[in-house]
Design a protein around this ligand. Sequence first.
Ligand SMILES: *Cc1c(COP(=O)(O)O)cnc(C)c1O
Length: 467
Amino acid sequence: MKGLYSSKILAKIREENLEQGLELAHNMSVNYLKQVDTMRVFPSPAALDNLMFFEEELADYPQNTSAILTQLHTYGSPSTVAQTGGRYFGFVCGGILPASLAVKWLTDVWDQNPAMYVMSPVVSKIEAVTEAWVRDLLQLPQTTVAGFVSGSSTATIIGLTTGRNYLLQNLGYDCLKNGLTDAPELKIIVGAGAHSTVYKALSIIGLGNNRLIKVPADKQGRMIVDKLPDLDNRTLLILQAGHVNTGAFDDFNTICQRANQAGAYVHVDGAFGLWAAANDRFSHLTRGLELADSWSTDAHKTLNAPYDNGIILCKHQDMLVNSMHMTGSYIIYSENRDGMLYTAEMSRRARVVELWASLKALGKIGVAELVWELHHKAKYFSEQLAAAGLEIVNDVVFNQVLVRFQSDHKTELLIKKVQESGVCWLGGAKWQGQSVMRISVSSYKTTKKDIDLSANDIVRIAKALGL
Ligand SMILES: *Cc1c(COP(=O)(O)O)cnc(C)c1O
């Protein structure tokens, strides 16, 4: 009689010593951490050349964990962008709080799937607790629920889907059953400064981009309130807490009051700026934020949790859950929180644990101090550059600084040379038709010394270019 088929490869993998593999990964991680504060922020050309060692055919036969890790650490670690050090100012990225990374290691070993309570009671519990913490910290309405998703892009898709369905239901149309083909037309309003992910989300959910009403923005990228068209109960209005270039916030109080009176639905893209609501000193920016219907944000930016960590917050639990609902004979709903009801995904990482740990590691006061310090460091950075004769183009209301050096050409050259220098990393953008250097102070790791080193390097290079 033939025996049960048994793979020799799998048998060997079952025998592998996972503890040793984790130990090796731990040692390599410690080794990386020792270098990250002093290494070049963008990898050297030589390190990038070594990426060719990843260009290989998939082998027929297996390699052990140690060999795989060694390849990754030898050629991968030196080619990373040192985002977790203090001198990365590109895009809006944030760092990793120690507690949030440490709990990630443990939860990776758990490998829980918080789709349903029955799949992970512990993560279901932590999701429920964290939902309430985030709601209260950001001073959102008591009915607000949260879905823990990969990032703001997904959170925005979910928020706008919920808004679309909410408006159509109020107009007597069931979009979930009937789809969009015969749906009444919605009036979709965005600010001229909206982030590209908003346009992407609108096209993914079938609302397209061509018929949007774009409200002109002022010099800081804020929607000009007087240019807002009439709002009604067909209006899906998208506002912004934290413009990706200038850091500016829309005038939520005025706009949301108007929207609420008209029966419009308001979604706020607050990918990095929503966290300003955790500190009352930013109330001039966040006033009226709580009058919106849904909010998307990232814990992996301002809050300094690891990727991927986004949140959709919505005050209409029924509409969010109806929009994300699914059924199947094997699905077991419970009295407890079933996380997948709030997200587009079914299977997910237990990413909420990293958010939970970040909040615990900081406390309410720590979160408030984090956002305040990022703001102050951005201001300090801008003052150093302005004192040397560079032009600061935006009002530094939060953590973003836009810098200009004489002409488009000079500004672009400066950015390129700063990136090559390796002391810090920052990117560029087009703002009001002109090239600008774009600085985002978004990591808790950044110290005054990091800013001094970076500002000195920028000024040194600008002087060589004729400042
Ligand atoms: C980063 C960002 C997004 C996209 O968020 P992801 O987490 O990268 O998906 C959307 N809006 C703004 C304003 C952002 O800064």
